[in-house]
Design a binder for this molecule. Structure first.
Ligand code: HEC
Ligand code: HEC
Length: 266
């Protein structure tokens, strides 16, 4: 048995060494395993993508690229461009929304104050710029998104979102009070009851993503973080099979947002 044990021990040592090397180098190694809750619809591209699909997919990368693309999160390092004044660290600081805001307005928007403050400007200045130019900016020294993090096809989608998909939220949500100031509640109710309720329930309480002892329903979020919810309605939540209203434009999404703010918060 001795040789077998020796061989097995050597094999185990080899595995351990491989694992150590792999851990050291693996941080951004692509992981194509699809999670149970992240089926093709959530993380894959259609064969012949339409403009609304591209913009919604780009919006999800803006939200959280590793969940949108089913990749490992960059837990190990705070983004080098994340400023000292900021209160966040680690993976969160690699989300576009963390530096530029859910309303794309950066320091001019909702993140002008509070725990998400960075002082960084919004992305509105890049509206209408070429996808190629935005793409280069995102691969460059300020942003540092390499191919293992966001592959070329996905980076082109978030660049398309920056160029053609962002919209001015300031007329819908007041950036200083974070209150919803537009939207037709009755139109929103029509859409919510016939579409969203299939998964979220008529009162929005069928899915709860809050922590222990703390509810987070659509109603809760619509009141607390309407700019985030508007993104989810326009682009869908990342890594799950949720629909989005991109094909119908922001006005209808704001109607739904307004209605969801009337739903139970707990
Ligand atoms: C860690 C913070 C940080 C993250 C995360 C980040 N950016 Fe930036 N971004 C910056 C900074 C800093 C600038 C330069 C701002 C300046 O020139 O004052 C910038 C500039 C930009 C600009 C140019 C804006 C203009 O007015 O021309 C665009 C577009 C942009 N970022 C898009 C993105 C996208 C898309 C993502 C995610 C894929 C992203 N950023 C993630 C910090 C960040
Ligand atoms: C096909 C099912 C489905 C439909 C239809 C659907 N959603 Fe979702 N939605 C989900 C799932 C799944 C989640 C993730 C829940 C979780 O993380 O626990 C989610 C998450 C959300 C979130 C929370 C994201 C966060 O911040 O964590 C919001 C807000 C939301 N949905 C709003 C809507 C609205 C509004 C509609 C209608 C326009 C809608 N959803 C339609 C499945 C759906």
């Amino acid at each position: 048995m001795k040789p077998f044990l020796t061989g097995s021990a050597a094999f185990a040592a080899g595995i351990a060494l491989f694992a150590a090397v792999a851990t050291a180098q693996q941080d951004f190694t692509p992981d194509y395993a699809i999670e149970d809750d992240a089926a093709d619809f959530a993380t894959e591209a259609p064969a012949n993508p339409s403009e609304p699909w591209i913009l919604a997919a780009g919006g999800r990368i803006y939200d959280n690229w590793w969940e949108a693309l089913n990749r490992p999160a960059p837990h190990y390092i705070t983004h080098p461009s994340y400023p000292e004044v900021g209160q966040k660290s680690g993976a969160e600081t690699w989300r576009c929304k963390e530096c530029h805001g859910w309303d794309y307005a950066g320091v001019q928007g909702v993140y002008r104050a509070g725990s998400h403050y960075t002082g960084i400007k919004g992305i509105e200045g890049a509206k209408g710029k070429s996808v190629a130019e935005i793409f280069e900016l995102l691969r460059g020294p300020v942003h540092l998104y390499n191919r293992e993090m966001i592959p070329d096809d996905a980076l082109a989608r978030v660049a398309a979102f920056v160029s053609r998909g962002q919209f001015d939220m300031s007329g819908y949500i007041d950036p200083s009070t974070r209150q919803i100031v537009a939207g037709d509640i009755n139109r929103g109710r029509e859409v919510f009851q016939t579409i969203c309720a299939a998964c979220h329930g008529f009162d929005g309480r069928k899915l709860n993503w809050g922590g222990p002892g703390e509810d987070a329903y659509i109603g809760t979020e619509a009141v607390d973080v309407p700019d985030e919810v508007l993104n989810k309605i326009m682009h869908a939540h990342t890594g799950v099979e949720m629909i989005n209203l991109q094909a119908f434009g922001p006005e209808l999404a704001v109607d739904v947002l307004r209605y969801t703010s009337t739903l139970p918060t707990e």
